[in-house]
Design a protein around this ligand. Structure first.
Ligand SMILES: [Zn+2]
Length: 277
């Protein structure tokens, strides 16, 4: 990791005064609306503005009213949400965080700053939206991976001691950031494909065309050909893992025909054969 790359990412995501004042205006309106409601009928509580150490701006942060209501995905500590509807009002981009564990202030901070990266990306219109994006799932995966990589990169660069080798599977920090960014984005993409309006041709096209495009995604991010080949060869394995994670965390059963389709596809896909075509 380099100072130059971290600085370039921060610079790329810096908000100009106009964008920021528009955002703080919508935060002020939203917070004013919220005070009129009894707190127990809201999905969030403790609305506050938190100063970002990386961006020098304050961003809206809240806690969920109930820790286990699914607002923050399973296994996550925080989530950046483009907008949540509260009592008929749309929130501006907001970070919702679980309660801070005692003695984990720096870890909590590193996670918050990761989510602030996503808030900046949202405000700048640089966070891909699966439904709004006409580019299809593969382009969504690519855009999402790049955005997540920016967030992981800054998190690991500024708090390197929190992510030692035993936490990063022994990978270099850069490799780990790519791995985390890609794996999480792949899960998100597959979840979206299997969501409302799911279509078998879209799923089939995604499974078949994504591996060949991974080089074009990963190489410009500064990774070697060997790394690109690794992700291409591992595509079926990563799909299998993503399907497992989604199945485990989904509140509703996934549609059988889609799950069966993926399982059949996986049988024909092994490193060096279909998935690596
Ligand atoms: Zn993220």
């Amino acid at each position: 990791m380099t100072v130059g790359r971290a600085a370039a990412i921060q610079e790329y995501l810096a908000l100009n005064d106009e964008t920021y004042s528009e955002y703080s205006g919508s935060v002020a309106r939203f917070v004013t609306e919220m005070v009129q409601f009894e707190p127990f009928c809201l999905p969030i509580r403790k609305l506050r503005m938190v100063q970002s150490k990386l961006f020098g701006r304050k961003f809206l942060v809240a806690n969920p009213m109930y820790e286990d209501d699914g607002l923050i995905g399973a296994g996550l500590n925080a989530v950046a949400i483009e907008s949540i509807e509260v009592a008929g009002f749309q929130s501006p981009p907001i970070v919702v965080t679980a309660k801070r564990q005692q003695g984990q202030d720096r870890l909590y901070r590193s996670i918050l700053e990761h989510e602030f990266v996503h808030i900046c990306q949202m405000l700048l219109g640089r966070l891909a939206d699966f439904e709004a994006d006409p580019g299809g799932p593969t382009l969504f995966l690519e855009a999402r991976t790049r955005a997540e990589f920016e967030a992981y990169y800054l998190q690991h660069f500024h708090w390197p001691d929190l992510y030692p080798a035993q936490q990063t599977r022994g990978m270099s920090a850069e490799d780990y950031c790519l791995f985390s960014a890609y794996v999480h984005s792949l899960e998100d993409t597959l979840k979206c494909i299997l969501g409302e309006g799911a279509s078998l041709p879209v799923l089939s096209d995604f499974l078949d065309t994504t591996p060949v495009r991974l080089h074009d995604l990963i190489s410009p991010m500064g990774f070697s050909d060997a790394t690109c080949q690794y992700y291409r060869a591992m595509f079926p394995g990563h799909i299998e893992t993503a399907l497992g994670v989604i199945t485990e965390n989904s509140p509703l059963p996934l549609p059988d025909q889609f799950v069966d389709f993926i399982k059949t596809w996986l049988k024909g896909a092994s490193p060096g054969s279909r998935g690596a075509r």
